[in-house]
Design a protein around this ligand. Sequence first.
Ligand SMILES: [Zn+2]
Length: 149
Amino acid sequence: MVESGGGSLLERCEACDSRIPAGADWCGLCLTRVTRAPQQPAHPNAVGLPPPVAREASRTREGALTFGIKGRLVITIAVVLVGAIGMSLFLIPFFTAHSHVALAYSAVFLVPYSLVAWLVLRDAWKRAWRPLEVLEEQPWKPPSPGGSA
Ligand SMILES: [Zn+2]
């Protein structure tokens, strides 16, 4: 789609500083082997790997894999909605027709639903807490004075 602007930098020979055509392994002038940093082609489908766990202050970020607070709320609401809709599908016939079969079905529905909902919510919120763990890191405390003679 959009090329990351500027194109690739022209490589230069370390020995004679002449330009080296892209992709060449050897300098055309002095035949010095081109040393280039291992290229990491940006995969078009790459969403972005999770950054290495933030040891430094990345407090404003939530990480590539974590959902924002909106995402988490949307997921939570979606899960709750699915549960509400699913339950009402069974409970409405129960209340209207007093069908105990519908009530039984709702119970059957509830078990796998609650399992999935638990997994989804746990996953969504568990990741979210990680940055907070960084945030709540205990500050260094000076050793309490005393005992030194
Ligand atoms: Zn050269």
